[in-house]
Design a protein around this ligand. Structure first.
Ligand code: ME8
Length: 665
């Protein structure tokens, strides 16, 4: 029987900058849905990509002295590297500069024009360059600010083509009425109706003449196609729509879901269905607008220096910990605040304590009490039934919640089983059974533990593929994970009795949170600096280098030039005060005198120095490091120390006494 088809998409991201944890969130969610649906037996097609045209990109490329295509090529290479790092299993990465896409857009535009859906006129409006959006005067905030991003807009007047969006108000209202789940979560639908549709829609400007980085309107080439028509249509062209091979389009369209951030729900639930109606193309089934990941309750932005990049987190803790955290910590439809503390706590509690511990205890006991062979069950007690009933019931809950994209609830349901199984160990006390030589009972307990872990290994697979594989390896399971086998205890297809377990590494070691916090913040700052410093220095001369650095930044940078070194400002600093950090066991808070200036630096050296050792001493400080908050105290700089092979730190100073503020080069 042919498999049922499922098509899902993420937004086509702007490659104006490297992507951060927010973009990763949508993509990891989409990838998890793909893996889940595939495991359930669907034939899934997953599209992501990059939205490469428009004024913003053109300006950005110019700032970097590059042609737009050259500039975006560098960023797109980074994006693809990031998705590879995260094992994102997309089927098409569509670039809006792909030739087949550009041709299809020209056909789409011509078709709309010929059908009378597009007409030429003059546009007067308030334009927000960063958002690439025009606004009417009534929509502006505080007189001239963009209602999406709050930045100033400017009045523009130009000849333009318009799409007759105003004619679609009623059809869109009817669409929402006939398909009450078209926009999810529900609150976003109400927003669309109340903020946009109720007042009636205005026609939409769909071409521009003030810049040329875009797809030319074929019958009027001084115009380029306005970026939203170009970008939204990527969902079709990724499937080959408008090319000689429309097989994928015929197979997979309409999309089952477009996953997007809440700020672009409007484009996806108003402009997009109206365009599709005009083109006589079936409509997507659902648009899901998820919440934003904030940083410490604040919007992430480069200018605030609080952008969180995923690469350092993945490098330090692996893909699975990161994927788990993103989907467990935040409720998908709502905003959530990222902090490194939350991430590290989750890792310790859910992954190291709950799951990692369960696996290592189980495998160790099978080794110790049954020579490494998972025994067949012999007896049955009430406590076994309660474990079994819970275990085989989780899959149904997962299915129901996955349908609503309630990832955090899904993971909570799975973890109820993980914790229940850990409790089962405490209830049955296999070590006592061994002591009492109650072999039949001991065998049953060991089997039940392993069987529960087998089910867990399948349940977590879409979220944490690597961990799922590790659990299965340790349990000696060779077969591919099969979704239906999660609903059966003692499943015939994946019978584990008789398997030889293989004790492997600890899957999630427990972390020292304070130490990790410092490491994680430093790694992120290092990446931010290496990505921004390039843009601040001599922009014209270093342009070529910037691109290379952007591409290579994920890999370790091993060589630096003397110019790189010169960017780091090192100075002699006198410690005028030093105290224990009130909220951290391993941190000291130092007050440094650096010439005229006094500043605070937080340092993870408390294990090696007490405050009295340091007051009055000279140290070496990096003084132009971006400030970071460490457990609530802002640290403006870093002091340097050497680390021996036992991990002992020794602070650097100068051979002779030098006046503080002296520059080190
Ligand atoms: O809007 N929290 O591209 P974009 C959660 N090119 N999600 C976030 C986020 C955050 N802090 N920041 C970004 C565009 N995202 C257009 C899309 S689609 C036809 C064209 C995610 O690079 C979220 O999915 O600005 C959001 O909608 C998207 O990235 C915006 O990406």
């Amino acid at each position: 029987m042919a498999k049922a088809k499922y098509y899902l998409t993420t937004p086509i991201y702007y490659p104006s900058d490297n992507l951060h944890i927010g973009h990763t969130y949508t993509t990891v969610a989409a990838d998890t849905i793909k893996k889940f649906k595939t495991l359930q037996g669907y034939d899934v097609f997953f599209t992501t990509g990059s939205d490469e045209h428009g004024q913003k990109i053109q300006t950005k490329a110019k700032e970097n002295g590059l042609e737009p295509k050259e500039y975006v090529d560098g960023i797109v290479a980074n994006i693809k590297k990031l998705w590879k790092m995260l094992e994102i299993d997309y089927d098409c990465f569509i670039r809006s500069t792909d030739e087949h896409h550009e041709k299809a857009i020209q056909k789409i535009f011509t078709k709309l024009y010929e059908k009378g859906e597009i007409y030429k006129s003059v546009y007067k409006g308030y334009y927000c360059t960063p958002c690439e959006s025009f606004w009417t005067e009534a929509q502006l905030l505080d007189g001239d600010k963009c209602p999406d991003c709050g930045r100033p807009t400017h009045l523009e007047e130009e000849e333009a083509y318009f799409f007759k969006l105003s004619e679609y108000t009623d059809r869109l209202l009817k669409l929402y009425e006939d398909h009450p789940d078209f926009i999810q979560p529900q609150a976003r639908k109400n927003e669309m109706i109340n903020n946009f549709l109720k007042e009636g829609l205005e026609d939409l400007c769909v071409s521009r003449t003030t810049f040329d980085w875009g797809i030319k309107v074929p019958f009027d080439p001084k115009h380029v196609v306005y970026v939203w028509v170009d970008a939204l249509s990527c969902y079709l062209t990724a499937l080959g729509y408008g090319t000689d091979d429309e097989q994928n389009f015929n197979d997979y369209w309409p999309a089952d879901v477009h996953l997007v951030g809440k700020e672009i729900v409007r484009f996806h639930s108003i402009i997009w269905p109206a365009l599709l109606m005009a083109l006589d193309i079936p409509l997507p089934k659902k648009v899901f607008g998820h919440g934003w990941i904030l940083f410490d309750d604040d919007k992430m932005s480069k200018s605030k220096g609080n952008v969180i990049y995923p690469e350092p987190i993945i490098e330090l803790y692996g893909i699975d910990a990161f994927r788990y955290f993103l989907l467990r910590e935040f409720t998908f439809g709502q905003d959530g605040s990222f902090t490194r503390e939350k991430f590290l706590h989750r890792l310790n509690s859910d992954l190291a304590n709950d799951l990692g511990n369960l696996l290592s205890r189980t495998v160790s006991m099978v080794e110790k009490y049954n020579d490494g062979i998972i025994p067949a069950p012999k007896t049955e007690e009430e406590v076994d039934n309660s474990l079994r009933e819970l275990a085989v019931s989780v899959a149904d809950k997962v299915e129901a919640e996955m349908d609503k994209f309630n990832f955090s609830i899904v993971l909570e349901e799975i973890w109820k089983l993980v914790r229940r199984t850990n409790k089962y160990v405490d209830e049955t006390m296999p070590w006592i059974l061994a002591k009492e030589e109650n072999k039949d009972r001991l065998d049953s307990v060991l089997y039940n533990l392993s069987e529960s872990l087998r089910i867990i290994s399948v349940l977590i697979k879409p979220f944490m593929g690597e961990t799922s594989g590790k659990i299965r390896n340790q349990l000696g399971i060779k077969a591919e994970a099969n979704w239906e086998d999660t609903k059966v205890w003692n499943s015939k297809d994946s019978n584990i009795a008789g398997n030889k377990v293989e004790k492997g590494e600890i899957i999630f070691p427990r972390l020292d949170i304070e130490k990790e916090l410092i490491q994680l913040e430093e790694a992120n700052q290092k990446l931010i600096q290496s990505r921004t410093k390039d843009k601040e220095v001599d922009k014209v001369e270093e342009n070529k280098e910037v691109e290379v650095k952007e591409v290579e930044v994920i890999e370790k940078e091993t060589e630096v030039t003397i110019d790189d070194f010169a960017k780091i400002e090192l100075k002699v600093a006198k410690v005028v005060n030093c105290e224990n950090h009130p909220k951290a066991d391993k941190l000291l808070v130092l007050t440094l005198q650096i010439g005229e200036e006094t500043r605070t630096v937080v340092s993870g050296i408390k294990q090696f120095y007490s405050p009295e050792d340091l007051i009055g001493k000279n140290v070496v400080a990096i003084t132009n490091l971006k400030p970071v908050k460490l457990r609530g105290i802002e640290s403006k700089g870093m002091i340097l120390a050497a680390e021996d092979d036992q991990g002992k730190l020794s602070l650097l100073t100068t051979l002779e006494e030098v006046k503080n503020g002296a520059v080190i080069s």
